[in-house]
Design a protein around this ligand. Structure first.
Ligand SMILES: Cc1cc2nc3c(=O)[nH]c(=O)nc-3n(C[C@H](O)[C@H](O)[C@H](O)COP(=O)(O)O)c2cc1C
Length: 217
C-alpha cells in the first residue's frame, strides 16, 4: 500500500516529535512492503503540493500532536483550504500528546471521526498515545525507547490499512491513572517539577518566576 502522510505539527521538522514518531512508524510500514510520501504542514511552501497529493491519494495518514486538547490551529487552517474528496479514499490518524493518560486524547479522536466525513474520506481509525513530551529532549537510544514502539504500529498498518486491531487499541496505555499515582504526580509537579521548570525557564532567558501574574493578584 502507498500512504500519503501529513505531519500536522506546527513545529518545523527538525524539532517535531511527530516527525520522530513518523520515522519509526514508516520504518515498520516499509519493512512490510508499504511505500509513502511525507509532507510537513509547518512548511507553508509545501501546501500546494500537499493539496495536490491529497486530491489524488488512496490512503491518507495525518499525524497530529495534541495542542491544547485538540488539533493544532495551523493544521486546521491548512485543512480549510483542501477540496473535500468524494468518499473515494481512506483516512487514518496518529494522535499523540505530551500527557500520558489516553483519556485526554479522546475528545480529539472524536473530532477526527467528524473531520474524516468533512474531508469526504472513509475513516480508518486513530492510533492514540500520550507520554511523548520528552522525545525532542532525547537522542539515540533514549529517544528510540519512546518512539521505537511506533515501528510495530507501522507494520500493522501496512498489513491492515487501519488502526482497528486490538494491539493498536492497547498501544494507548492507561486511560486514566489510579488515584495514588495521580496524588504522587501532583506532589512531584508542585515540588521537583516546579524547581525543574523554573531552571529550564531561566536557561531560556525567562527573568520572572513562572507563577508571575503581571495583571492578576
Ligand atoms: C502549545 C502546546 C499545547 C499543548 N497541549 C497539549 C495538550 O493539551 N495535551 C497534551 O497531552 N500535550 C500537549 N502538548 C504537548 C505536545 O502534544 C507534545 O509535546 C507533542 O509530542 C508535540 O509534537 P510536535 O513536536 O510534533 O509538535 C502541547 C504542546 C504545546 C507546544
Amino acid at each position: 500500500m502507498h500512504v500519503m502522510i501529513i505531519n500536522g505539527s506546527p513545529r518545523v521538522k527538525k524539532y517535531s516529535n511527530t516527525d520522530k514518531i513518523l520515522n519509526k512508524f514508516t520504518e515498520g510500514l516499509a519493512e512490510q512492503g508499504g511505500t509513502y510520501e511525507q509532507y510537513e504542514v509547518s512548511d507553508r511552501k509545501q501546501w500546494d503540493d500537499i493539496r495536490e497529493a491529497f486530491r489524488k491519494a488512496d490512503n491518507i495518514l495525518i499525524a497530529i500532536p495534541l495542542y491544547v486538547e485538540n488539533i493544532p490551529g495551523l493544521l486546521l487552517e491548512f485543512l480549510e483550504t483542501v477540496t473535500p474528496r468524494e468518499g473515494d479514499c481512506d483516512i487514518a490518524y496518529i494522535l499523540q500528546g505530551g500527557f500520558a493518560e489516553g483519556a485526554q486524547l479522546r475528545c480529539g479522536e472524536k473530532y477526527l471521526v467528524m473531520l474524516s466525513k468533512h474531508l469526504g474520506c472513509r475513516y480508518k481509525g486513530t492510533l492514540v498515545k500520550g507520554d511523548n513530551f520528552s522525545i525532542r529532549f532525547f537522542e539515540g537510544d533514549m529517544q528510540d525507547r519512546v518512539t521505537g514502539p511506533y515501528k510495530r504500529m507501522g507494520e500493522l498498518f501496512a498489513q491492515r490499512g487501519d488502526f482497528d486491531d486490538k494491539e493498536c487499541k492497547k498501544f494507548t496505555g492507561p486511560e486514566i491513572f489510579p488515584v495514588h499515582i495521580r496524588i504522587l504526580l501532583g506532589v512531584m509537579f508542585k515540588t521537583v517539577g516546579r524547581i525543574m521548570f523554573n531552571k529550564l525557564a531561566k536557561s531560556w532567558g525567562c527573568e520572572k518566576p513562572l507563577n508571575y501574574k503581571p495583571y492578576g493578584t
